[in-house]
Design a protein around this ligand. Sequence first.
Ligand code: URA
Length: 192
Amino acid sequence: MATRLDELREEALGCRRCGLCETRTNVVFGVGVPTARVMLIGEGPGENEDLLGEPFVGRSGQLMDKMLAYVGLSRKSNIYIANMVKCRPPKNRDPSPGEVETCMPWLREQIELIAPDIIVCVGRIAAISIIDPQFKVTRQHGQFIPRDGRLYMGTFHPAALLRNPHSKPDALEDLLALRRKLEEMGVMEAQG
Ligand code: URA
């Protein structure tokens, strides 16, 4: 039987609420485990994501998957991944505030349905939109911020890590902190 999340995906696939629908190939709704306790939220689809209809499948996504696997997390087994904006902005420009606002109801309902305990904002744009407009990734990455019964964390965008590999150890620390938090919560077993 189709779940409300399946229905929401179907509705989103036909979305024409903003101009990005004119240039997209695919709506990139989200991927992963619908009952995941952890949800990762990125900014918006790039070229590969637009072509394949799945978030984080390009070079930066491959790096993110590799780092997630290091702490036992994957879109196949225990997390859900979505973006703030579901359609690719042309030439990978930043989504405009209007596009983010117009798209946000899709993400809000997605979050409600998945009901994760922890939301990880991947990159500055997601962190300033979802956690705090003043959020500074370089200073506040890896911190768990409680709000409305969930924990929020901001971390580096994998595209930024490809440009600045010296931030990779910090990004890995954030994921290790996430892993420890999940162990504390009894969601995952201690790593051997
Ligand atoms: N960057 C993002 O923020 N999201 C994607 O899906 C791909 C790249």
